[in-house]
Design a protein around this ligand. Structure first.
Ligand code: ADP
Ligand code: MG
Length: 699
């Protein structure tokens, strides 16, 4: 199928190349000024662009268009309108104008808004985001848009991200100016590695928990897990390979730079990594990747699970957020070739370290979800404690700076630190120095934030990262105001040293999965926020609201609405899990176990009738286990039922979440443990759902 990749790559994208080819040159230039500099677009230009977009889309088979946006559900939304415009003589024309391109009015009353809009004034509008190209998906021209209320509040994930990108561009340029550099275009670069599971549709349909909650609420560990490391990077089985090939083709057509695909650590787990792009496009593309994965899996009799922890006891799925800054395409987290470039590198590096330490709770909160609660801290997932890994070389450098020993510091290639005015030598970063257990790792020329979960929209995380780093850059630029030359270099180095001393606690190069680290982190005063309920309050702390308001990224009302929406979603998900859990126990597990117990009892009777002296203690032991199990399950079911109903009725979302995290989830776990213990006692014929062995190891 994959013919010539360069022929199909971007063939369904209204990209710069298509624009240059099809738009009149004045229109093209005006549009590029909007895309690159954010200049407002006038309606005449929009009309010309819309017409040309429509002609192009129709040539490529499109009949409809949609404003494609990212409401706070975490998913993407679209409503298709045809280009159709009937005329009086009975025929129809295909029309699309500038106004329709620039602005849309979805009936948005059902999207979550956390109290920002009452439903009676529910009109939100979508606004074209020309910085992310329009594309064609299933015969629909998709126009990436932001989604706002008529009073201007952001109701989506994209708007604050775009605002944060403008802010960091400003602050990074202030810092670059201190280094005598002229104004540059600053891109936040992001590469989202997407982990996922593929299982057979046949098995999936037999599990209510997978169908309704995307994870298994029950299931005894498979006989074989991931201990042989035979799946990781292993040969890809044919069914999966077919899926991956179709996925690549479809992604390439819509301009998603899918690059790497491989089997992951857990059985049935895989990963796709794209080539990094500007954050806004990278996130749009990640959302499209996720959607295509789900759809294409169905062509191959498979189901793609994007939940953070679909199976207990083996690895969960994350979405690593690789993050850096580029000035006119030059990576600012790339150590330079000469001392001045290295000073600049150290300034940016230090600002990230400061930002992550200062706003670690906020970063943690951005990754909080019911699904990620199952993953963080379990198996290979990073712990719920935020820390930064720098690697031997950089850690050595930081130590030297913090302890004023930089003159003695020797880099890997043995270049001694020169304590002249330009103080920092060329040093090499050891790219191979990888620590897989760190939640926030420096990997050569970018940071990799590994806490985010696989189902997440990375906009919030990147908005927060951009805001926090902007704050550090701003503080640095303010402190250096008016300084130049040698005075600036000296002051900058002193400033960096102070910051590194203040924030040394966040740097940790050891094993993040170990118990010692939990204790050590507590000693250092680093918070360990294990659940969504514990993590969310950070979002509405004064410190965080101040950060967002200072840079105009989110108003207090917007922050509070997001906090409400996330908590509500968490509570709704736990409610669905609890209901599914109870339903399965009542209608599947208890009847099956009771049936089997009756069969064992009947068999004991039958055998006794024929062989009164036979030793039936093994069968009687099994019967005893089954009966005790049924009783334990029933007791827990009653307790879960009562607790679930009580908690569900708590009106305050935070309080409800606290109770869900500390009671309902634990009761579900306890119930699961009892059911799972009987899964290996009851005969396979009687077990009502496919086991982990069945699901994880298919052909
Ligand atoms: P690993 O699995 O070791 O983390 P991968 O190659 O799978 O490495 O993924 C690395 C990701 O980081 C890719 O998506 C890559 O494009 C991205 N990346 C590389 N350089 C940058 C950068 N400067 N900014 C943002 N992302 C980057
Ligand atoms: Mg990675």
């Amino acid at each position: 199928m994959s013919t010539n990749v360069s022929d199909i790559y971007g063939s369904l994208v209204f990209n710069e190349h298509v624009m240059a080819e099809r738009l009149p040159s004045v229109t093209y230039k005006a549009l590029m000024r909007t895309i690159e500099k954010g200049d407002p677009l006038d309606i005449e230009v929009a009309n010309v662009v819309a017409h040309s977009m429509k002609e192009w889309a129709i040539e490529h088979g499109a009949t409809h268009y949609t404003h494609w946006f990212q409401p706070l559900t975490g998913l993407t939304s679209e409503k298709h309108d045809s280009f159709l415009d009937p005329i009086r003589d009975g025929r129809a024309l295909m029309r699309f104008n500038g106004k329709e391109l620039i602005q849309g009015e979805p009936d948005a009353s059902s999207f979550p808004n956390g109290g920002l809009r009452a439903t009676f004034e529910a009109r939100g509008y979508t606004a074209w985001d020309p910085t992310s190209y329009a594309f064609i998906k299933d015969e629909v021209l998709c126009i990436p848009t932001a989604f706002c209320s008529y009073t201007g509040e952001a109701l989506d994930e994209k708007t604050p991200l775009l605002r944060s990108m403008a802010v960091i561009e400003e602050q990074a340029n202030r810092v670059l100016a201190l280094f005598g550099e002229k104004r540059r275009r600053i891109d936040v670069t992001v590469g989202c590695e997407q982990e996922y599971f593929l299982i057979s549709e046949e098995q999936y349909k037999k599990r209510l928990d997978l169908m309704l909650t995307n994870r298994t609420l029950f299931g005894y560990a498979p006989c074989k897990g991931q201990e042989l490391d035979d799946h990781y990077f292993g040969a890809i089985r044919p069914t999966v390979n077919e899926f991956m090939k179709e996925l690549d083709d479809e992604l390439w057509k819509i301009g998603v730079p899918a690059k790497t695909k491989h089997n992951e650590v857990a059985p049935a787990q895989h990963e796709l990594a794209p080539i990094f792009e500007n954050a806004n496009r990278a996130i749009d593309h990640n959302l499209l990747t996720m959607e295509k994965m789900r759809l294409i899996a169905s062509h191959h009799g498979l189901v793609c699970l994007q939940h953070e922890k679909p199976f207990a006891g083996i690895n969960g799925s994350g979405k690593h957020d690789n993050w850096s800054l580029a000035a006119n395409g030059r990576n600012l987290l790339e150590p330079g070739e000469n001392p001045m470039e290295n000073l600049r590198f150290l300034v940016f590096l230090t600002c990230v370290i400061e930002a992550v330490d200062e706003y670690q709770e906020l970063l943690r909160a951005s990754t909080a979800s019911a699904g990620n609660d199952q993953r963080l801290g379990a198996d290979e997932a990073p712990p719920a404690i935020v820390s930064i890994f720098l690697g031997t070389e950089l850690s050595g450098m930081v130590d030297a700076l913090v302890n004023d020993h930089e003159s003695e510091f020797e880099s890997a290639d043995k270049v001694a630190m020169d304590l002249g005015v330009s103080v920092l030598p060329a040093f090499l970063i050891d790219n191979t120095d990888r620590n897989r257990t760190s939640p926030f790792a420096f990997t050569g020329n970018k940071f990799e934030f590994r806490m985010p979960g696989s189902s997440q929209n990375l906009s919030e995380t990147n908005t927060i990262l951009n805001a926090a780093v902007s704050k550090s850059l701003k503080d640095f630029a303010d402190a250096m105001d008016g300084l130049t030359g040698e005075a600036f270099e000296k002051a900058a180095l002193a400033h960096i040293k102070e910051l590194l001393k203040d924030h040394a606690r966040i740097i940790f190069d050891g094993n993040g999965y170990s118990e010692e680290w939990e204790a050590e982190a507590a000693r250092r005063g680093l918070p360990n926020l294990r659940t969504t309920a514990e993590a969310m309050p950070a979002l509405i702390s004064k410190k965080c609201i101040d950060l967002f308001e200072e840079f105009g990224i989110l108003t207090e009302a917007e922050v509070r609405s997001r906090y409400e929406v996330k908590l509500e979603k968490y509570n709704k998900l736990i409610n669905i899990e609890a209901r599914t859990c109870k339903r399965m126990v009542r209608q599947l597990y208890l009847p099956a176990i009771a049936d089997y117990a009756a069969e064992v009892a009947a068999n004991i009777g039958k055998v006794k009738a024929v062989a009164p002296d036979a030793d039936l203690s093994p069968q009687e032991t099994i019967l005893g286990k089954l009966n005790r199990g049924i009783k334990a399950i029933d007791d827990l079911l009653i307790e879960l039922d009562e607790t679930h109903h009580r908690v569900r009725a708590i009106p305050d979302q935070q309080e409800c979440a606290n109770e869900n995290a500390s009671k309902v989830v634990l009761l579900m776990n306890a119930l699961r443990a009892e059911v799972d213990a009987l899964e290996i006692v009851v005969s396979a014929d009687h077990w009502p759902v496919p086991s982990y062995n069945d699901i994880l190891f298919y052909a």
